[in-house]
Design a protein around this ligand. Sequence first.
Ligand code: ADP
Ligand code: MG
Length: 478
Amino acid sequence: MEVDRAAVWNDCLEILRKEVDDQNFTTWFKPIVPLKAADNVLTIQVPSQFFYEWLEENYVPVLKKAVHAVLGPNGKLEYSVIVDSGNRQSPPVTVSYPNGLKSKQGQSSNGPVSSGEYTPFTYRVLNPQNVNSRLNPTYTFDTFVEGDCNRLARSAGLAVAKKPGITSFNPLMLYGGVGVGKTHLVQAIGNEIRSKLPEKVVLYVDQNDFTNQFLNALQNNQIQDFQNFYLQVDLLILDDVQFLAGREKTQEMFFHIFNQLHQTGKQIIMTSDCPPRDLKGFQERLLSRFKWGLTADLQEPDFETKLAIIHNKMESDGIQIPTEVAEYLAFSVDTNLRDMEGVLNSLLFHATLLKKEIDLELAREVMKNIVKEIQSDVSVDFIQKTVADYFKIDAEAMKSKVKKREIVIPRQVAMYLCKRFTQLTLQLIGENFGGRDHSTVIHALESVEDMMKAEPSFKNQVDELYKKLKTRVGSSSN
Ligand code: ADP
Ligand code: MG
């Protein structure tokens, strides 16, 4: 028996209005169109698959309550969903879910049925050429220096750039600390795809943009536009995903966008400051999806990579930088590459605008303003003595020519700590160790770094010494 569908839906809306706040009411219930009401079944049309899933996730209890109140305890709800076919040429089609409200466990078993009569919702199709991809054009593979620290991530990125959505690296999840090159690398992938596959819609957003866009869309009742836009993206890059922690609604939205894109073979790339297993404040189902594709880490750049980055950058700006200055910077800027970028820019400024020669003195001057150094008055003597005591060797051996391993390692550790605790150049450090030259010091610093990576027990020893000296810096006497 057919009844007045508009009246039935209006009665439902009256009940729903009391159950949800104004904003959600406008966003999720106003756009619904009643199609039919007959035999205890109300059929409503919703503008997208996403919309349907959102209602199912979030509003089943209130919808049930409303439908039961209006149609009686046997009242049921069915959906008619307008679905984007994913093809920009053909318009969206409509499908129905004949089983009505599916329960949380039991998914609707009948597949969607095509109809196609009602399409009151507008759907704007994106032209890839007009989409602002938000990419920085200087972040390319050409300007990204390859090193041990980023090799796996870079190759995975190249593979994805060649065949977005087709490799099993979907999603591609890159993680690593501050300034290790995550943003540069993911944007290089985006730039590469834009230039080689111009028909693809590429979008780079960081978590902050994504969240703000989503909240704005919610507030201005433009959720449809928001998701229609995202669902047409071929390559979605979401940077710094760790900041989605605790943002439940935004995660929910991202979850749906992720699923839809993934299902239709679109590529998703994300970055994070830690591996997915360590992310806190995320829904488990989202975390498990992060692990579907490939997870690769970027590590702190080693000395060689830093040197290459310095030379690359200076050369691309037409500046020659003396090797000793480059080496000095590669060792001294050990916070992160973003600080390095600051130091280099400042050096460029001095060299090009102030016509100063780039030498060690200028480099040291510039560093002081950008990198917070350990303010220290620990002397080389004191470091040598502390290290010698720790390893139970004679302090004089630090300056000797002895090449036995029991001596060489403490000597290298002492050089390493001198680099960290004093303002001395590599050359001066060398002079304090029996007149060794600066390349010997560089070799020592590299060995210590390598050994610290390879042997946790050795790293513990160096850390312990570091702490001893650090306490010393805190107290005034020396
Ligand atoms: P993250 O996003 O991991 O914090 P960024 O991508 O912002 O790091 O990198 C910081 C700076 O270091 C940027 O200027 C970037 O261009 C530069 N950089 C990082 N890694 C490399 C690399 N391998 N080659 C060249 N430049 C790099
Ligand atoms: Mg970044």
